[in-house]
Write a protein that binds this ligand. Structure first.
Ligand SMILES: [Ca+2]
Ligand SMILES: [Ca+2]
Ligand SMILES: [Ca+2]
Length: 298
């Protein structure tokens, strides 16, 4: 990200230098100092970056859009005004007073202001709160920021930025744990369940590795080897399981998916065995089956 900003900055400086040189060529009366002075009159405000502090907020929850504004021009800007649009499905709440001054301008926008920015200057990160109110679970809702153009601003094409936020819904992740007696990776008639407990499965857990995502959950395994977790969506999950080390993991994805074992990695971590499935993207309304076949440890 820093590299992109730097190259953009270099490109802008370079093109400004070129136009200053062209100006010098066009009129012998202008000195290079005049050209630099003229260049200083041109701020170029830009929405540098937009993101959200939560990847998958759910109905009723508050999250923040984070917005970076920078002056890429060669001259100081005037005091800055930005409008942050509130899309359908989100609503405004009390804004923060932190570097920026924000107010709820209408049901569909905030207006935020900030002091003048020197050439090359970056504003403090702007945090704007939103409440999820009626957005459809599983959809991506866009949030857009627009900087009011400066009077002398040459480039206004970069005055708008946007980010989408995925609205969390619910999904079901479930599976069956069984003892794969013939070690063929398939669950057949007569192969028994592995139940919850110290001699069987200690726990099943949904792993979340994206730091800004909210979700997860855990389950105990029923006597018939089944388990089920209802969880938030619009994020990546992995099923993690810890079992007695009397077992090892059978072959993964061997044959018919309806009756195979979907656990792909295992680690003997005495006194237990740790197994995990592949990472998958959970979406609203989805049902994901992650079965586990265990064999007697040899
Ligand atoms: Ca601009
Ligand atoms: Ca089998
Ligand atoms: Ca499979």
């Amino acid at each position: 990200m820093r590299q992109i900003s730097l190259s953009r900055s270099i490109r802008r400086t370079f093109s400004t230098t070129l136009s200053a040189l062209a100006l010098v060529g066009a009129s012998a009366a202008l000195t290079p100092a005049d050209a630099v002075a003229a260049g200083k009159l041109q701020p170029d405000l830009a929405v540098d970056l937009m993101m959200t502090d939560v990847l998958n907020p759910a109905e009723g929850e508050t999250f923040n859009a984070q917005i970076d504004v920078r002056n890429y021009g060669t001259g100081e800007s005037s005091p800055i005004t930005v409008t942050v649009a509130v899309p359908e499905g989100l609503r405004t709440t009390t804004p923060y007073d932190f570097g920026w001054t924000c107010a709820v301008a209408s049901a569909t926008s905030y207006t935020c202001s900030y002091p003048a920015l020197a050439a090359g200057g970056r504003a403090e990160r702007l945090h704007v709160p939103f409440v999820v109110a009626g957005a459809v679970p599983g959809t991506a809702v866009p949030i857009t920021t627009t900087i009011a153009p400066e009077r002398r601003e040459a480039n206004t094409g970069n005055n708008t930025g946007s980010v989408t936020v995925a609205i969390s819904g619910t999904c079901v992740i479930r599976g069956t744990v069984w003892h794969d007696l013939d070690r063929d990776g398939q669950r057949e008639e007569g192969e028994p369940a592995v139940a919850g407990g110290p001699d069987g499965v200690l726990y099943v857990r949904l792993g979340v590795r994206q730091g800004q995502a909210t979700g997860g959950g855990s389950a105990v395994v029923n006597p018939d080897g089944t388990w089920s977790i209802t969880a938030r969506t619009e994020l990546l999950y992995q099923v993690w399981m810890e079992t007695s080390n009397a077992y090892s993991l059978t072959a993964s994805d061997a044959g018919d998916d309806a009756t195979d074992s979907d656990m792909v990695t295992s680690y003997q971590y005495d006194p237990t065995l740790l197994v995990s499935g592949s990472e998958f993207h959970a979406v609203h309304g989805g049902e994901y089956v992650v079965d586990a076949g265990l064999v007697t440890r040899s």
